[in-house]
Design a protein around this ligand. Structure first.
Ligand code: 5AD
Length: 343
């Protein structure tokens, strides 16, 4: 079938096969039509509103060694930090003052933050009336269960790539099977579960990206966060080719076509790559932004990739963003922005 026909069918049926996804990923003539279709599907299923989630990067200590990531344990070039639970709570209070309804607690896989430390903190933060998203990597199911019982609502764990050979190569000492186990546990425990991939890793093919998109659907993801891989000078992948935004936008748009009612952020890495990246993403299927409210000092050292520093700490910055979004016809939501399943 020709690519334009595939897009219009996917816009109503929300299905594409692996070979159809591959065709659309490879066809460079249909990109604008694909983005426009994803924009219409977003409008139809989740409306014009943008949900803001306050991101708190509370530790950059990580025991893993992912080859692309600046937080990898072997990187000696960054200063490591770990916020105390009461500092994290103070930031959550700030999030409430700024008008946020959700906080995202993100960190490296830091052994200090056991369930015994996190459970009381989660309960305390839930007492503020916030929705809480965790993004702290792979844990035993029993931890996920305790976090859920303490009130955690959502969990972000990117699969990064579903390609077994690439996964093993870029995640020494880790296994794709365990990552899949984690995602399965999170779904079963009733979390709104988010996953996603890096787009543009060396040796990643379009076929592999097509399979990634089918995986999102098969998992029944509630959220998909993805972005371009940006080479980090302090990592073994520092000499990888300079990334482009378009392939990541295409994967995102295709995810919107297949999973029409989910939440999809315009990610920081999209913004980092192109000044207008965030707005392009919002016009190609995205409906969420995650402003970073971590303090200046810590933020500098949460260096996943270069340029990731967008400053947005204040109430004023939030009002500016709201005004910009409103001018673009995208009001900021006053609600929690749950995933409302339409099918
Ligand atoms: N470029 C882009 N994204 C990256 N991440 C880690 N390193 C990089 C990089 N060099 C992403 C991973 C992780 C998320 C928190 O940051 O996908 O899941």
């Amino acid at each position: 079938m020709d690519s334009m026909a595939l897009i219009s069918r996917a816009e109503t049926a929300h299905e594409l096969t692996q070979s159809e996804l591959l065709q659309l990923l490879q066809d460079q003539h249909i990109n604008d039509a694909l983005f426009a279709a994803a924009d219409r599907v977003r409008q139809k299923y989740v409306g014009p509103e943008v949900h803001l989630r306050a991101l708190i990067e509370f530790t950059n200590i990580c025991c893993n060694n992912c080859l692309y990531c600046g937080l990898q344990s072997q990187n000696r070039a960054i200063t490591r930090y770990r916020m105390a639970p009461q500092e994290i709570f103070a930031l959550a209070q700030k999030a409430v003052q700024y008008g946020y309804k959700t906080v995202v607690l993100q960190g490296g896989e830091d052994p200090f933050f056991t369930a015994d430390i996190l459970v009381p903190l989660l309960r305390q933060i839930k007492g503020l009336g916030l929705a809480v998203t965790l993004s702290i990597g792979e844990r035993p199911r029993s931890d996920y269960q305790r976090f859920k019982e303490a009130g955690a609502d959502r969990y972000l764990l990117r699969i990064e790539t579903t390609d077994p050979a690439l996964y093993e190569k870029y995640h020494p000492g880790m296994s794709l099977a365990n990552r899949l186990r984690c995602l399965q546990d999170l779904k079963e425990l009733g979390y709104e579960t988010g996953t996603g991939v890096l787009v543009g890793l060396p040796e990643q093919t379009e076929l592999s990206l097509a399979r990634d998109i089918l995986f999102f659907k098969q998992l029944g993801a509630d959220m998909i966060g993805l972005g371009p891989f940006i080479p980090n000078p302090d990592t073994p992948l520092k000499d990888a080719p300079v990334p482009r935004l378009t392939p990541a936008l295409k994967v995102m748009a295709l995810a919107r076509l297949l999973l029409p009612d989910i939440n999809i952020p315009a990610t920081t890495s999209m913004e980092t790559l192109e000044a207008q990246g965030r707005f392009k993403a919002l016009q190609s299927g995205a409906n969420v932004i995650m402003p970073n409210i971590t303090g200046e000092e810590e933020r500098k050292n949460y260096a996943l990739y270069p340029g990731k520093n967008a400053s947005m700490p204040s109430a004023r910055a939030r009002r500016q963003l709201e005004a910009q979004l409103k001018a673009a016809g995208r009001p900021v939501s006053a609600g929690y922005g749950w995933h409302h399943k339409s099918r």
